[in-house]
Ligand binder design. Structure first.
Ligand SMILES: [Zn+2]
Length: 368
């Protein structure tokens, strides 16, 4: 019997909420996370039609990419769609969970799915996120050094690129004197003690801080553990916006556009390309609104940058640097529904997961 919180905890262990942008509102938006799940309906947008579908199909959890609530809801009178969705979801005991920019930023997230559709190889995050790493420094008596080190690594610290167990230690001496109510692990209460210790350093992602601190306090033998936590400016290459990779074989522009349209099931591709002779090999992409990543795509010498919702003056900023294409917001993110199913099925196989059939592209194309 799965509770809503089991799914929420699993998704947030993969796409931590702290990764979301400040304007975002990912997380459980409606519902009680202790309720037992009947079936799950996945969609891009939890529209009124999707809530109706959940009611009809007996689903009591909707997992959406875009949050239905952005700003504060000041009244619930059903005057607009987000209010009607919330009212109807509450009336029918349906929970709504959104996993948005935090899912955009993980390595196996929205943009990975997009890159997979384009069969890109050697993919990397286009713009790695800053401020997501911290350093823990602690001071450990020699005999406990390995135990503390392995506990911190087991809790998820010490991963750099393709390496784990990355730590550093330097020998030294710690001094302390136990006060009246102390119970020192070594030395005598009231006496100044000098102990051979190692200064142990390890990086960890910010969202693991609670786990890392628990591991430290359990593994370290001292009654009062000395430690420092430093925020870092290092980029974290595991998280960030957009993705860049290479096509298996370079393509002529027209062939690439045909391939793009076919792989992403688009009705049309809007693009600028001042150099039609250019062959497309290195491709940058960003599901949803990605114009802010254009400078990054140019700096990394992408031959093409694919995203959506590009304005007229924005699209001209590509100048002669690359092919800049807009495939539509829904088209660039619709495979996120498959992603939800994959991420949940990795851990839970005994729950019914349904694709929404009502959450179709709200934008239509008139092609005569
Ligand atoms: Zn979007």
């Amino acid at each position: 019997m799965l509770q809503i919180k089991d799914i929420v905890n699993h998704l947030e262990s993969l796409a931590p909420l702290c990764l979301q942008e400040s304007y975002d509102n990912s997380g459980l938006l409606v519902g009680d996370d202790s309720k037992i799940i009947t079936k799950i309906l996945v969609c891009l947008d939890s529209t009124e039609g999707v809530v109706d579908e959940a009611i009809a199909k007996g689903c009591n959890l909707i997992i959406a990419h875009h949050p239905i609530i952005w700003g504060g809801l000041k009244r619930l009178t059903g005057k607009n769609e987000s209010q009607r969705v919330v009212i109807k979801a509450i009336e029918h005991s349906i929970a709504i969970y959104a996993c948005h920019t935090n899912l955009d930023k993980i390595q196996n997230g929205v943009n990975h799915k997009f890159a997979e559709r384009l069969q890109l190889r050697n993919t990397q995050i286009l713009k790695p996120e800053l401020g997501l790493l911290k350093k823990l420094v602690t001071f450990v008596p020699v005999a406990s050094l390995e135990e503390v080190r392995s506990a911190l690594c087991l809790a998820g610290g010490g991963t750099i690129g393709n390496y784990d167990h990355c730590t550093y230690d330097t020998p030294g001496h710690g001094t302390f004197r136990g006060l009246e109510h102390s119970n020192p692990f070594v030395g005598e209460k009231g006496e100044l003690h000098r102990e051979p210790e190692h200064r142990l350093e390890i990086l960890f992602p910010v969202y693991l801080q609670h786990k890392i601190m628990n591991a430290l306090l359990v593994a370290h033998p001292y009654e009062a553990v000395a430690y420092d936590i430093y925020p870092l400016d290092n980029a974290n290459h595991e998280f960030g916006m957009g993705m860049i990779g290479e096509l298996e074989n370079p393509m002529e522009t027209a062939d690439f556009l045909r391939f793009l349209k076919q792989q992403m099931h688009c009705n049309a591709v809007r693009f600028v390309n001042s150099n039609p002779e250019r062959k497309i090999s290195k491709v940058a992409l960003c599901g949803g609104v990605g114009h802010f990543l254009l400078p990054e795509a140019i700096a990394q010498k992408a031959d093409a940058f694919i995203t959506s919702d590009i304005k007229y003056h924005e699209i001209m900023e590509a100048e002669n640097h690359l092919l800049y294409a807009d495939i539509g917001h829904y088209e660039s993110e619709k495979y996120t529904m498959e992603l939800f199913i994959e991420l949940i099925s990795q851990k839970f196989t005994n729950i019914a997961l349904l694709f929404s059939e009502n959450n179709i592209n709200p934008v239509q194309y008139f092609i005569s």
